[in-house]
Ligand binder design. Structure first.
Ligand code: BJW
Ligand code: ZN
Length: 271
């Protein structure tokens, strides 16, 4: 940690690449770990365009459930350490950007400003017909989903009629809307990828936090930086397929480690 802190004190452009694990200490389920979504449900039934085409009711139940869960969740020490670091380093002319795979908004709620959401946002919707994107924090998002808990993977036939699922409010459109998130087989937004590349190009220190590093393209960002000679520090409960390519691996809850890793360095008072 002391060696990492030395490198941290010299870095000018820090990238924090985060995944579901950073929100685990807030009580938000991850995807692949114990209690993770993909342990209980099949990803192809809930997070692909064909799942939404075949059963929009089941997919909406899943995202509705996750929206409702977030009402009782709050940023944890990890999100806060990242946000405080961004604010503090800004006054020193240094830059911190969060590039997150998470759609839960906890980085923003902790106070981070410079955020790139790679996989979209749980509280945005997109119209399947006119493409209109809206922020939507309604609870429930439509009457038919009210009081629905987690979707039952074995009850795929108990479908809500499409006419009762969330609809587009733009003008007279009225078509079915979907969560504005990136599913498997879908491309990440061009603008998001361009912004990400710019940040990766100027990055001189990367923290990769709470991601299994198995989902592309996010999984290749940190190994690419390491290949270019940029220091990468991984914060995870476990080792990942990418661990061996990184300079530092802090194994444990990210909240605990990030508080220490990103605390003010003595040299900051000199700058
Ligand atoms: C803690 C902790 C604590 C716990 N402290 N740590 C190249 C090679 C192979 C395949 C592909 C490829 N390029 C593209 C693909 C296909 C596919 C893919 O990657 N497949 C792989 C699974 C094999 N990728 C795509 O389809 C992407 N699109 C794309 O590339 O377009 C171009 C293209 C299209 C078609 C063909 C080819 C190219 C889109 C990917 C979209 C992912 N979407 C999801 C769901 C949507 C958002 C949502 O509903 O939330 O995004 S899937 C899910 O996985 C979600 C997550 O953002 C994402 C990553 O998961 P994450 O964050 O890593 O979570 P976990 O649960 O996996 O890991 C948690 C970690 O935290 C663990 O390591 C724990 O140990 C740790 N942890 N508690 C520290 N307290
Ligand atoms: Zn529309």
């Amino acid at each position: 940690m002391a060696a990492f802190r030395e490198e941290f004190s010299r870095a000018r452009n820090i990238v924090v690449l985060s995944g579901a694990g950073i929100s685990a200490e807030s009580g938000v389920p991850t995807f692949r770990g114990a209690g993770g979504f993909w342990r209980r449900w099949q990803a192809q039934d809930l997070a692909t365009p064909s799942a939404f085409k075949d059963n929009p009711s089941l997919v909406w139940e899943f995202y509705h459930y996750r929206r409702e869960v977030m009402l009782s969740k709050f940023p944890n020490a990890g999100h806060k350490a990242v946000a405080e670091c961004e604010e503090r380093l800004k006054t020193q002319g240094r830059n911190v950007v969060v590039i997150t795979q998470n759609i839960d908004e906890l980085h923003a709620r902790a106070g981070s400003k410079n955020i790139i959401e790679l996989h979209g946002n749980l509280f945005k919707t997109r119209c399947t017909k006119c493409g209109n994107i809206e922020i939507n924090r309604d609870s429930p998002i439509c009457e038919a989903l009210a009081d629905k808990g987690a979707p039952d993977p074995d009850a795929k036939d108990a479908k809500i009629p499409v006419s009762q699922l969330p609809r587009c409010m733009k003008g007279k459109c009225g078509a079915l809307i979907r969560p504005h998130v990136v599913w498997f087989g879908e491309c990440l937004e061009e603008e998001v990828l361009e912004k990400t590349q710019k940040e990766l190009d100027r990055c001189d220190l990367c923290l990769i936090v709470g991601t299994s590093s198995v989902v592309y393209p996010a999984a290749m960002f940190a190994p690419q930086l390491a290949g270019r000679g940029v220091t990468v520090a991984e914060f995870n409960l476990e080792e990942t397929p990418a661990t061996n390519s990184f300079g530092y691996h802090f194994q444990g809850p990210s909240g605990d480690f990030l508080q220490v890793a990103l605390a003010p360095h003595p040299s900051e008072s000199e700058s």
